[in-house]
Write a protein that binds this ligand. Structure first.
Ligand code: SF4
Length: 465
């Protein structure tokens, strides 16, 4: 455990992100980290001391990539701490001093300031110490998003949240109720949700909002029975709009539910193995095996869905050879989209409560995925990062070109609003091409969401209109 002495609480918060990225194990950190800065004649000087080792950095503020002084102050101080730790420890991080969750968004901001893709990507390397591999990843993603990205204050993704699942994965931090035969709120949840979706769509229609994509997520939407699923899907359907339903868990996918999704106009589904190693699936609490995944995938292929499959690099107990088996198995099926996540020890997950030792091969796995995807004809088209990810890495969505998911791109880039329905769902208004973002969350607890639906709905409709 370390002590940080910084000149104010705001920069302390920023610096802590860098410290956590370098030292995920709280028991293995320096004891004392100190930061001070001052400006003299347009030059900012930052002094960092780590257990008595002193480091000094200076930069002319005129040479900043951003004219905004506050951002310069945050960015430069984080960079100085990053460089000081990097020098002291003799190791680098793939994303350098970047700790935000949306690296592509930063590149877009630089491009909005007049930089070309190449210049924006170079700036990420020179100003944030982003590695050449990650800079190349960002460049490929910016190119893959060209023609698929939509921006505008009056554009929305309609997001519908199903807060149910059939068992709890060890890494899951979503607030989900487990649907056992005794669970009593599923039917009333669907009743209320259908009403919320109808009123939300009507509100957008009346206020000039345009729905760009519909996404049914969770939880696991296919944890609902076929009839409940059908009611939700029919309510959310919008003509000629990208429509995704996370089928997610193979153990919830049946021929009946696949037919319902196809009949209701769903064009994209997710069928997620996470790993094709059966011991791992038991260890992480997924209640299905690799054969279930292959069978669910085969059934799904009887319909003209664009299929996404999710994998996780760095699962507990896995080595690179296990991950490669999963990569080979999944790419062999040729799903249109493959999303490679890096394990994150999220607060609230069972994993965060255990003594689990971080998988030290996560970076090798992410790199192996990047190579395998390229060799198999997939391109990266969106990426994001989360707190407490192994190796300070990232999640990346790959696709066969032309099958990019507009919802994933626009959600990650935060360039259009979100009209969200369901317990815990968060609506967003985006103003001025992302300069200002407002959020409004529905109640998370299913019982409270049902009880307070009437009072809360109006507030959300005003927020969206
Ligand atoms: S399948 Fe998804 S929602 Fe269900 S427990 Fe696992 S991570 Fe959570």
């Amino acid at each position: 455990m370390y002590k940080l002495i910084a000149e104010n609480s705001k920069i302390a918060y920023e610096l802590e992100q860098v410290i956590r990225a370098f030292y995920p194990d709280e028991n293995n950190t320096p004891n004392l980290i100190e930061q001070k800065s001052f400006v003299d004649n347009g030059v900012m000087q930052v002094n960092i001391a780590i257990d008595g080792d002193e480091f000094t950095y200076r930069q002319n503020m005129d040479g900043s990539i951003s004219a905004d002084e506050k951002r310069f102050y945050n960015r430069f101080n984080k960079l100085c701490l990053y460089k000081a730790i990097e020098k002291r420890e003799g190791r680098s991080l793939p994303w350098g001093s970047l700790t935000g969750i949306r690296p592509t968004k930063l590149a877009y901001e630089l491009m909005d300031d007049g930089k070309t893709i190449d210049e924006a990507v170079k700036a990420l390397q020179s100003v944030y110490c982003v590695s050449a591999e990650k800079a190349e990843l960002i460049k490929s993603i910016l190119k893959a998003q060209n023609g698929f990205i939509r921006k505008g204050d009056s554009l929305f993704n309609l997001y519908v949240h199903i807060p149910f699942c059939v068992s709890k994965c060890s890494y899951c931090s979503f607030v989900t109720d487990i649907l056992t035969p005794k669970y009593k709120y599923a039917e009333s949840y669907v009743d209320v949700l259908v009403e919320e979706i109808a009123q939300t769509k009507q509100c957008l229609k009346e206020s000039g909002g345009e729905i760009v994509s519909v996404y049914i997520g969770g939880g696991t939407p296919t944890a609902l029975n076929a009839n409940q699923l059908k009611r939700v899907l029919n309510a959310a359907y919008c003509k000629n709009v990208e429509y995704t339903c996370e089928a997610g868990r193979p153990d919830t996918i049946t021929s009946e539910k696949l037919a319902v999704m196809a009949d209701c106009g769903v064009g994209r589904i997710c069928v997620n193995p996470q790993s094709l190693c059966d011991e791992t699936l038991v260890r992480i609490g997924r209640n299905h095996n690799s054969r279930d995944f292959f069978e669910a995938f085969k059934k799904a292929r009887e319909y003209p869905f664009i299929i996404n499959t999710d994998l996780i690099a760095g699962l507990e107990g896995e080595r690179i050879k296990d991950f490669i088996v999963t990569l080979d198995g999944v790419t062999g099926l040729r799903p249109e989209n493959i999303t490679v996540h890096t394990l994150s020890r999220k607060n609230g997950s069972a994993l965060s409560q255990t003594e689990y030792k971080d998988n030290d091969e996560a970076e090798k796995m992410v790199n192996a995925a990047s190579v395998k995807m390229r060799e198999s004809g997939y391109i990266p088209y969106y990426t994001y990062r989360q707190k407490r990810m192994l190796g300070n890495l990232e999640n990346t969505g790959y696709c066969l070109d032309g099958t990019q998911c507009i919802n994933n791109i626009t959600t990650m880039e935060e360039c259009i609003g979100v009209a969200a329905c369901g317990a815990g769902a968060i609506s967003k208004r985006i103003y001025g091409m992302g300069d200002k973002i407002e959020r409004l969350a529905n109640l998370r607890d299913v019982k409270l969401y049902l009880e307070q639906f009437e009072q809360r709905l109006n507030k959300k409709l005003i927020f969206l209109s």
